[in-house]
Design a protein around this ligand. Structure first.
Ligand SMILES: NC(=O)c1ccc[n+]([C@@H]2O[C@H](COP(=O)([O-])OP(=O)(O)OC[C@H]3O[C@@H](n4cnc5c(N)ncnc54)[C@H](OP(=O)(O)O)[C@@H]3O)[C@@H](O)[C@H]2O)c1
Length: 277
């Protein structure tokens, strides 16, 4: 299958990471569009693309446009673009959101007859060039009609990723799951670092020590199910230790409640049930 030329609107975390990965995979990045002229110009210069301010112009310059803008911006931007497009013949557009379905691109599909789809990287991208290193190995959720779907599957494979079908998947629930996996462990780690510092560890030791601990957890989880990987007092049934932790957290009732909730959910992890599922 021939490689489509690519335009990216939104040179932020996800847009830059994908742009760099696609460029490395020998895709032509024809145009970068967006809001902040400096960010647009910088990524365009790096990837040999044209810098555009107008999204409607950006879409005109490539076979496939990737809308890498915040979730809430997708529909209004698609509406503006559908109103100002000159020609859309043969062009396609995807967004990268796991929380939104293809409906967010409805104006471009209905008014402008573009092929539309969702191309959700089930991954976390930080700011800066290092983010592109997370692209290989990523699972991409795809919602599009064939033959466009085949093209997006090829795109995922070409950047070293995997793909799965997102059509018919409850997006709010699916994205809540992704947030549990990607975001809240970070929130919990921040609490762990603060508590360890409060307990008397030097700040950098707390950060390095707790982060290394989390890295060990993630390594185990890459080889074991959560029920097999879990350790600690809730999984062992060390109720006395749990009570000592709760007592130590008495000055922060919210965190104490969160600890109790997590301990209760941890006790429900059942290796036998998981093995049978
Ligand atoms: N980051 C991740 O880990 C990740 C993972 C999977 C999926 N996604 C999805 O990727 C999409 C982008 O997320 P992100 O994290 O990359 O966000 P981000 O880092 O905040 O980047 C958003 C980009 O959109 C631009 N933008 C914002 N409002 C705009 C508007 N009204 N018109 C045109 N451009 C606008 C921003 O412009 P400026 O350059 O002016 O800031 C920025 O370049 C979202 O749908 C998100 O759900 C993100």
């Amino acid at each position: 299958m021939q490689k489509p030329t690519i335009a990216i609107i939104g040179p932020g975390r996800a847009g830059s990471a994908l742009g760099r990965a696609l460029h490395k995979a020998s895709y032509t990045i024809a145009a970068i569009g967006g809001r902040n002229p400096d960010n647009v110009r910088n990524l365009a210069a790096e990837l040999g693309a044209r810098a555009c301010q107008s999204p409607a112009t950006t879409i005109d310059l490539a076979d496939l446009t990737i809308l890498a803008v915040p979730d809430d911006v997708i529909l209004p931007l698609a509406t503006d673009m559908a109103d100002s497009l000159c020609s859309a013949a043969g062009r396609s557009v995807v967004h990268l959101s796991g929380a939104q379905d293809r409906g967010a691109l409805r104006p471009l599909a209905q008014q402008a007859s573009l092929r539309t789809g969702v191309f959700h990287p089930l991954q976390t991208f930080r700011r800066g060039p290092q983010a592109a290193q997370n692209v290989a190995g990523t699972y991409f959720g795809i919602d599009a009609d064939p033959p466009f779907r085949d093209l997006l599957m090829q795109l995922a494979g070409d950047v070293g990723g995997h793909h799965f079908d997102l059509s018919g998947v409850d997006r709010a629930l699916y994205h809540a799951a992704a947030v549990f996996a990607a975001n809240y462990p970070t929130t919990l780690l921040a609490e762990a670092i603060a508590l360890a510092s409060q307990a008397g560890l030097e700040a950098e030791t707390a950060r390095q020590g707790m982060t290394t601990l989390l890295a060990g957890v993630v390594k185990n989880l890459s080889e074991l199910t959560p029920a097999e990987a879990i350790t600690g007092p809730a999984s062992r049934g060390d109720l006395g230790t749990i009570q000592r932790h709760l007592d130590a957290l008495k000055n922060d009732p919210e965190l104490q409640r969160l600890y109790q909730l997590l301990a209760d959910r941890t006790k429900l992890l059942d290796p036998d049930k998981e093995a049978a599922a």
